[in-house]
Design a binder for this molecule. Structure first.
Ligand SMILES: [Zn+2]
Length: 491
């Protein structure tokens, strides 16, 4: 007795085909025409598309940042992701200063205990001592095959070029992939104090402190090192023309370089969003910053022509108005304590959020809520407008993420033997993105009021229905860790 999806259109990275899909247990066991219902539960998918469920390879759940924590954790963030048609994500473990990579892994395993959807980990290396360099290869056996390094955040996470180069040599030897946050942190560290000293403290100056040129320069530097070391490189959250040009040049030269952009960079601009008055611009502060409509055109072209392989979110949400609620004073008296505890005592309490940066853009917690809206917004902006085919949409949001990060074909495919992670998608149904209806644990929505056409109606995780319309059927503890394989293909 299985679940039979009948009369739908299966959309994969390569094809759109009328077919029935049979799921038995957690696996897809048969795809064909006119499969007999037998004793199976039948899901009528007439007029619907069947997609491999979304994979978001760039998230920060429950992340300590800038004196607070990102709001969504492995409970609320999973629910929000599921409602948006995403059932696998890769979160960034942060190596603690002075600690080992395994120390970080243990912390994230603990955070992930309430998991409702499947997840994997990247390792963000923040303190690259010789013993940590020696520890890197041991991550492969833990199913963590990607390393993240920061070329920005001077005196916090930033590594120098020699360290990046050496790490790439080691990663290449073990079939690991290196991801970089590509911005020149030294230049940013010069620009920010000068802006603040000139009284330019509003959120919009955050973009001025991180101009596109420093993203392009750092991207090029990492691309060159990939060419020299042969290490697979994946540039996260690419936003602008100079960065895309640098990546395209590397790809033209045959270097193993890839890149992603995030959904927000297609839609938000400095002028329309970051420059909003009365501190509202803080809602849109992330690094690298949102850019211009010109850059948006460049990004759409880059995901269309294959220069960029993936669309993710960099989901890392904070309250716009945080630090409020009856236990505020008590919480402040215990400043630096555990916000989770305060919230457990009084659910109306909000941990600090974007307001931390009032009067100083450099103190605004960096990050945006997007994990729930990615699939709908990209479908609407990409497929409905004719920029992307449905197949390319699947490739960017579901299949390439699985391939590049060593999860394919278990994830990212509608194929016999793959996990039955199935998204029943109604291409004609509309929905208005809004903080009033979203499931992300924050008080604003990036795309407030945007009406999208094309939405998830049912979501299956390994054969179990976790979303049915507006009903949630996921369960804490049902999400599983996905151990990833090394030597994944370079796309
Ligand atoms: Zn990030």
């Amino acid at each position: 007795m299985g679940v039979l999806f009948k009369n739908g259109t299966v959309v994969t990275a390569s094809d759109m085909t009328q077919a029935d899909v049979l799921v038995e247990g957690e696996i897809i066991t048969l795809i064909g025409q006119n499969i007999a219902p037998g004793g199976h539960e039948v899901v009528d998918c007439t007029g619907k598309y069947l997609l491999p469920v979304g994979i978001d390879v760039h998230t920060h759940l429950d992340l300590a940042f800038g004196g607070t924590y990102s709001n969504d954790d492995f409970n609320t963030g999973h629910r929000a992701a599921g409602f948006g048609g995403t059932t696998t994500h890769i979160d960034f473990v942060i190596q603690p200063k002075g600690g080992s990579l395994h120390d970080g892994l243990n912390v994230w395993r603990e955070k992930a205990k309430p998991a409702q959807i499947d997840y994997a980990f990247h390792m963000a290396v923040t303190d690259l001592r010789p013993d940590v360099m020696d520890e890197i290869p041991s991550m492969v056996a833990e199913g963590v095959t990607s390393l993240k390094l920061f070329m920005a955040y001077k005196n916090v996470f930033q590594i120098d070029d020699a360290t990046l180069f050496k790490t790439m040599q080691i990663a290449a030897q073990h079939g690991m992939i290196v991801m970089v946050h590509a911005e020149n942190g030294d230049v940013e560290a010069s620009l920010t104090p000068a802006l603040l000293a000139a009284g330019k403290t509003d959120p919009k100056y955050h973009a001025a402190s991180r101009p596109p040129e420093i993203e392009g320069e750092a991207t090029n530097r990492a691309v060159v090192m990939s060419g020299l070391t042969g290490c697979a490189l994946y540039v996260v959250h690419m936003t602008c023309e100079s960065a895309v040009d640098a990546l395209r040049r590397g790809r033209t030269l045959g270097y193993p370089v890839m890149g992603e952009t995030c959904v927000q960079y297609f839609f938000l601009t400095v002028d329309d969003h970051l420059a909003q008055p009365d501190f509202h611009g803080a809602k849109f502060v992330c690094s690298p910053p949102i850019r211009s409509t010109h850059d948006q055109g460049i990004l759409w072209q880059a995901v269309k022509d294959g220069t960029l392989q993936v669309v993710s979110t960099d989901h890392c949400d904070f309250w716009f108005e945080g630090g409020v609620g009856p236990v505020k004073e008590w919480a402040e008296a215990h400043n630096g304590g555990d916000w989770h505890t305060f919230e457990a005592q009084d659910p109306t309490y909000r941990r600090p959020g974007k307001e931390l940066g009032k009067g100083n853009f450099a103190k605004i917690p960096n990050g945006l809520p997007a994990i729930e809206d990615r699939m709908m917004a990209v479908w609407h902006g990409g497929v409905n407008s004719g920029k992307l085919s449905p197949q390319r949409f699947v490739e960017l949001n579901c299949t390439n993420p699985a391939k590049i990060f060593g999860m394919y074909p278990k994830k990212g495919a509608i194929a016999v033997g793959s996990d039955a992670d199935i998204l029943v998608w109604d291409p004609n149904k509309t929905h208005t993105l809004s903080a009033k209806t979203h499931h992300m644990h924050t008080d604003y929505n990036l795309f407030e009021g945007m009406e999208v056409k094309g939405v998830p109606v049912q979501v299956y995780l390994r054969g179990s229905k976790i979303v049915d319309g507006d009903q949630w059927h996921g369960k804490n503890g049902n999400g599983q860790f996905v151990a990833r394989k090394p030597n994944a293909p370079v796309l």
